[in-house]
Design a protein around this ligand. Sequence first.
Ligand SMILES: [Zn+2]
Length: 64
Amino acid sequence: MAKARVGLYEVKGETLQRTHRSCPKCGPGTFLAEHKDRRSCGRCGYSESKAAPAAKGKAAKSAA
Ligand SMILES: [Zn+2]
């Protein structure tokens, strides 16, 4: 049986990312709330932006 693997993970590129990140302050037990362009922790108030490290289509050309 070939069923689609639907789970807790989401493959992005070559890295495996959890769909929900855990809070770096509270530890792996506390997850960050997903917002449109950021994530935040409802426990300690930590927040981070969802800026993609490698934006596709936006090549950083250093043309001096
Ligand atoms: Zn937290």
